[in-house]
Design a binder for this molecule. Structure first.
Ligand code: NAD
Length: 260
């Protein structure tokens, strides 16, 4: 009998992470959900996934800016599932400000959550994958892992760093049945963007909905928000046998943003 695979999706209480967790669960993969939210919120999402997809799902709350809590997350993964086959480093935050005024504590936080956490989860997940001779690591980077934008110094540094880190993990594990890839989404329909849409609306004197299309068009030829499930579907494809030679790649899903 083939072993049921387990995925840990960080930041899976919302947006891209939640859509990815559901897409993986729909393929029969067990899910360790994770986020900053309290246990009541997270466990309700886990119960919903268990009921909808008939797979085991558990939730663990941990602030990924604290490395010690990432150890606790992996202890929970080991206790609940005995290990992890698929790691999706998705949790991320944004803070926008010019470089000269960028608060140092915000810089540290954005780097910790968007980059260092992926190092810690990867170093803890790899031994399980190496022992199994199979593993998939998918890092949710961003178009900002490939190009820069004003006022996003920490985010762009973290996402470019994540793309580089992914390449190293891919090279080190290429002969071991383990792939590592980055997905680089453009404007995706999640709560992460609300603050930026609100600020754009205020600056340009337009209502929220108009601000959405206005801001999207400043960067991407494709004029709509991307559905988070499109990212989840790509994660699932990267977990197939057909994708076994796709490793070390940075895959844009960005409406031609970085094609320009
Ligand atoms: P979201 O705000 O909907 O979800 C973020 C998730 O991260 C939540 O589950 C939250 O609990 C978790 N999180 C936040 N801070 C955390 C912390 N300190 N410790 C642990 N977990 C924490 O965001 P989203 O848009 O779904 O973003 C998911 C990923 O996709 C992020 O890495 C983001 O940078 C990336 N991304 C998003 C877009 C977009 O347009 N939405 C575009 C490109 C890349």
């Amino acid at each position: 009998m083939t072993k049921i695979k387990t995925a840990l999706v960080t930041g899976s209480t919302s947006g891209i992470g939640l859509a990815t967790a559901k897409t993986l669960a729909a393929k029969g993969i067990q899910i360790m959900l994770h986020g900053l939210e309290d246990n009541t919120t997270g466990e309700a999402i886990a119960a919903e996934i268990e009921q909808a997809y008939n797979v085991k799902a558990r939730y663990f709350s941990a602030d990924l800016s604290q490395a010690a809590l990432i150890d606790d997350l992996f202890n929970a993964v080991q206790t609940e599932f005995g290990g992890v086959d698929i790691l999706v480093n998705n949790a991320g935050i944004q803070y926008t400000c010019t470089t000269v005024d960028y608060p140092a504590d915000k810089w540290d936080l954005v780097l910790a959550v968007n980059l260092s956490a992926a190092f810690h989860t990867t170093r803890l997940a790899l031994p399980f994958m190496q022992e199994a001779g199979w593993g998939r690591i998918v890092n949710i980077a961003s178009a900002h892992g490939l190009v820069g934008s004003a006022n996003k110094s920490a985010y762009c540094a973290a996402k470019h760093g994540l793309v580089g880190f992914t390449k190293v993990v891919a090279i080190e594990n290429a002969e071991l049945g383990i792939t590592a890839n980055s997905i680089c989404p453009g404007w995706t329909d999640t709560p992460l963007l609300n603050q930026q849409f609100a600020a754009y609306g205020e600056q340009n004197g337009v209502p929220f909905e108009e601000a959405k299309s206005g801001l999207i068009k400043t960067k991407a030829p494709y004029p709509k928000l991307i559905d988070p499930s499109a990212i989840g579907e790509m994660v699932c494809f990267l977990c197939t046998d057909a994708a076994q030679a796709i490793t070390g790649s940075s895959l844009p899903i960005d409406g031609a943003w970085t094609a320009q």
